[in-house]
Design a protein around this ligand. Structure first.
Ligand SMILES: Cc1cc2nc3c(=O)[nH]c(=O)nc-3n(C[C@H](O)[C@H](O)[C@H](O)COP(=O)(O)OP(=O)(O)OC[C@H]3O[C@@H](n4cnc5c(N)ncnc54)[C@H](O)[C@@H]3O)c2cc1C
Length: 388
């Protein structure tokens, strides 16, 4: 009987992405980080390589790859010390157009998103007053003839200054006029190039890492009615439909981060000699690394299980949520162990560890915070009463 495990089906993709990433070493990212600048050359290279179009079907000009292949791309980007946060949304936001767009919208947008001619990597959901309570959002799109007039505000709209289009979630029927709070919300494709200065204002937010996030203001901004996606009032459902893929891809990025931290830390622990022996010979140094490795592997298996279910046409809500939480915790544990292993040098910019440490912390908060994942598991998996 052959007990050989199947070979990694994405080994070639990983090798090619790693080769591309080698052209963008730590120095490239450190310089951008210092200026809070956007990694234009890196994003262009990924786009030209076709990687950001991985999930777009071939009939629309994409690579038509599986979710696990897309996960392998993003994991490798992170494991090679780069930062996919600059462009990962170009991979998955288009899923809402693919699933809920009209044939005309698909033909109009998807081929251009696939080539990178159109950048769809801004996702306007979070608002300052509603936070995680998405259905309480206040941005309102009022229908007037053949257009919608939008008023309101979004916060943490990442990459808005580096995107041509935004997927916007806005209320179209007041909350007190719908049976369920999840109803009366709609999704739109906003052409930000046309709207900028005409009701659309974007203001960058400086954050502890280089994330190009912004706040966005809508003041009587007009959207042509033809830019509504799917049926008016069903937008919340459409956003939920994309979340499992998004969570699995972000989890894959965290796995990549964890692998980067563990590689750096174990290399250093073998080489660095203190008291006449490698520091990695001390169990006090070994154990946090071994624990983080175990956490990373468990999370990696959960990502694979989520992708497997997704690709089989099932809904991996449980796996996607658990993968995102476990992977974000594993990357943080690995980052913490990596800094500690490096002693003082963990804090030196030129080692890149403090940068990756800041970058990976985000994923316990965004795109969904750990508490909300625990609430999901408690309610939807364990059958406990809803807590909020
Ligand atoms: C750098 C960055 C980039 C982002 N990019 C985007 C983007 O591109 N598009 C977008 O729409 N959003 C984006 N976000 C927003 C992100 O999704 C939210 O920050 C996140 O969902 C948490 O929402 P909040 O910040 O409003 O926190 P809040 O909802 O105010 O929550 C604050 C804290 O309270 C906890 N909490 C709240 N309610 C409960 C409860 N019922 N039970 C237990 N704990 C609770 C939360 O877990 C959290 O820890 C980004 C955020 C950041 C920081």
């Amino acid at each position: 009987m052959d007990h050989a495990l199947p070979a990694d089906p994405h080994i070639e993709i990983r090798q090619e992405v790693a080769k591309l990433c080698a052209k963008f070493p730590g120095e490239y990212w450190r310089n951008l980080d210092r200026d809070r600048a956007y990694p234009t050359a890196f994003v262009r290279a990924l786009t030209e390589g076709g990687y950001l179009a991985a999930l777009i079907p071939e009939e629309f000009g994409g690579a038509g790859l599986s979710l696990s292949a897309a996960a392998a791309i993003l994991e490798t980007v992170q494991a090679e010390g780069c930062n996919g946060a600059a462009c990962h949304a170009q991979m998955y936001i288009m899923g809402t157009i693919l699933r809920h767009g009209s044939p005309a919208q698909k033909t109009m947008y998807l081929p251009k998103i696939a080539t990178g001619e159109l950048r769809l990597q801004a996702f306007g959901v979070t608002e300052p007053t509603s936070g995680t309570d998405t259905t309480s959002l206040r941005t309102f799109a009022r229908r007037e003839g053949d257009k919608y007039i939008v008023n309101g505000q979004k916060v943490w709209t990442s990459r808005a200054e580096h995107s041509d289009l935004m997927l916007l979630l806005a209320r179209t029927t007041p909350r007190d006029q719908v049976g369920k709070r999840t109803e009366g919300l709609s999704t739109f494709i906003v052409d930000m190039r046309a709207a900028l200065g005409k009701g659309l204002t974007i203001r960058p937010i400086r954050t502890m890492m280089n994330h190009n996030s912004t706040e966005v203001f809508f003041d009587n901004m007009e959207i042509p009615a033809e830019n509504l996606l799917g049926v008016e009032g069903r937008g919340f459902r459409y956003i939920l439909d994309g979340m499992n893929a998004e969570r699995l891809l972000i989890a894959a990025e965290c796995i990549g981060d964890a692998k980067w931290f563990l590689k750096r830390a174990t290399d250093y622990a073998r080489d660095r000699h203190v008291f006449g022996r490698p520091i990695g010979q001390n169990q006090g140094v070994q154990f946090p690394l071994a624990r983080a490795y175990a956490q990373m592997r468990a999370a990696e298996l959960m990502v694979q299980e989520g992708c497997r279910k997704f690709e089989a046409g099932q809904t991996p809500g449980e796996e996607a949520n658990m993968a995102k939480m476990l992977a974000a915790e594993a990357s943080w544990a690995a980052g913490e162990a990596c800094i500690q292993t490096h002693g003082g040098f963990g804090f030196a910019e030129e080692y890149d560890i403090e940068r990756k440490f800041r970058e990976t912390r985000l994923y316990q908060v965004a795109p969904i915070s750990t508490n909300l994942i625990l609430s999901y598991i408690a309610e939807h998996v364990l059958g406990l009463p809803r807590s909020y």
